[in-house]
Every structure is written in C-alpha cells, then in structure tokens.
Design a protein around this ligand. Sequence first.
Ligand code: C5J
Length: 232
Amino acid sequence: MIAEPRQRARARAIAAEPYAFDFRPTECALLIIDMQRDFLEPGGFGESLGNDVSLLRRTIAPNCALLAAWRAAHLTVIHTREGHHPDLSDLPATKKHRARSDLTIGDPGPMGRILIRGERGHDIIPELYPQPGEPVIDKPGKGAFWATDLKSLLDDREIRQLIVTGVTTEVCVHTTVREANDRGFDCLVPADCTGSYFPEFHAAGLAMIKAQSGIFGWVSHSENILAALGTP
Ligand code: C5J
C-alpha cells in the first residue's frame, strides 16, 4: 500500500525577531539542550570551571512551562546531554586539556565523575527530567548533530523546525542552531529559556542568530510560543 502524503501542518505565527515565525506544530520539535546537573547545579563541571551556576538557573522555570505545554499538545520533545564514555575514548585530548581547572572531565567530583555518562552530574536536572518515550541524545561535542543520530531521528519524524532551548546560549545552543541551520531546519530560540555564565555572551549569541534577516534563525520569548500553543 502506498502511504498517503503527509498533510502539511497548518502554520501559526509566533511573534519573533527578525520577523514572525511560521510555526507548524506537527513539524516542530522542542530540542532541550544539556539541562544537566553538571552545568546547572553547584559542584558540577560548570562550577569547576569557575562559573556562577545561579546565572543558568533562571532558565529552569520557563523551560518547565514550555515543556509542560509541549507535552500537553503531544508534540515531539528531544533532550540532549553532553558527556563522554567512562573510558574517555570519545574525549578529544584538546577538549580535556582546555577544560583545565582543579577538576576536569573524567575526574571524580561531588556528583560523580565530571561529564561522564551514567554519573549523577551528567544527568538531566529533576525539574526537566525526560518522560518515558522522549528521546535523549547523548553527545560528545557541543553540537547535537555531531556524532549522534539526531538528524535521522528528526527525519524519521518529518521534523523541519526546532525550538531550541537550554544551556549555554553561546556554546551548545549556538553550535546546535548553526548545525541545524546548515541541515535545512528553521530554528527558533526563546531567549528566556536559554542562558549563559556570561550575560554578555548570551546577548551577543542571540543577536547573532537573528542578525541579517535571521542568518541562523529566530529569537523569541517562551510566552509567545505558549500563546501559539493556546496555553495561557
Ligand atoms: C559547555 C554547553 N558550555 N552545554 N556546554 O561546555 O554549552
């Protein structure tokens, strides 16, 4: 039997910069980047590098609201985690050396070995914990497409648009948005759902995404997405 061509989803406008985003819910996934204890909680990798993790924690509440609305609408959600195999076989020497501080990737820390898969610190924070059936992409790099099966997972679900949230704005969120853009996805980044240890990098990262008529995508606010989903 020949499959029926998929109906093109009806678009809803989301207020965004540099102009409204044509949101097609069934073709759009919520991609939540690296909301892991190692980045957001005291004692993890982020803090070991000398960062103030409280700067990232303001992203938790808006991400929770967006995730709840997304789940209620039965749309696709995908989580990612940055981390490495316990034997460090997927950790480039360059990354290990440049993560130099008192603690580095693979060292034992207060939440287990830093950024190692299976350790407590590597896991997603309880507030945003994935539900059964929600894909979790484990990535060794900053971008969610490199050395993962994210592209085939999106293609299988006929996803063409991504709402990208998580941490940090200028590192893993930005790298992923750039990778997605080059692969033909339209990306919208809600500013309140992303954060950085460096507020000036957060602002610059968002400015770069929407510059030049949206060279990498769109920037908006979670309230505008909730409005498009019909969530007050
Ligand atoms: C970093 C990330 N900042 N998830 N990782 O090392 O942005």
